[in-house]
Design a protein around this ligand. Sequence first.
Ligand code: ATP
Length: 236
Amino acid sequence: MLLELEHVAAAYGPVQVLEDVSLSVPEGSAVGILGANGAGKTTTLRAISGTVRVPSGSIRFKGNDIRGKRPELVAALGIAHVPEGRGALANLTVQENLRVGAYLRKDRAGIESDIAFLLDLFPNLERRYGSNGSALSGGEQQMMAIGRAFMAKPTLLVLDEPSLGLAPSTAKTVYTAIARLRDETGISMLVVEQNANLAFSVVDSAVVLETGRSVLTGSTAELRGNDEIRRAYLGG
Ligand code: ATP
């Protein structure tokens, strides 16, 4: 297993938000996290990245215990997190954002070929290559944030609601590119998404969170066939 969470709890100061979350991401697979507003999806990603306190449970990545580890260390082990709200640098150009993502890498040729791959994957970024992040549309900022995270050459790409705030057609474009990124690189993914239809276009399996607990895990096909999931997350 690439990533494994067992009975994870998490708290902001005294406020416990996650009670009992378990999930796993097999090497090379894409896993979704579904759940209503406030269920704890974002907090689960923060627990993995080391930006929220995890008083109990275990988090293992490539066999290392990463619970409570600093975010820089988690990133250096190969987890790149694209936060909700995108986390791209508004005062840098697209080009600079992508290169910042690669700052720990020494393989110059690999960096150049990864940039070429991303510009082919996201033609908007090629058109906007010299523009500041702040001048981009919401969809372009999302593409840039994904690109920047990919440039770190992570083993696991963690995406927090890539569709958030995007028009439906833009969200679809972003997901089509995420699916291609996955197919062509074999990168593993963990994707938080409220829109299950979009998530199911990319993931192999998903876990459902309710008020800080993982309550159901299944393959995409199993979850599509589940009446409760259909009602709650697939619009009937
Ligand atoms: P959303 O789709 O709204 O982002 P989510 O499933 O990602 O929902 P979280 O963002 O993980 O949910 O939030 C879970 C709970 O934790 C919510 O009740 C939220 O109010 C609370 N919470 C989030 N951030 C903080 C914080 N910094 N301090 C205290 N409570 C927080």
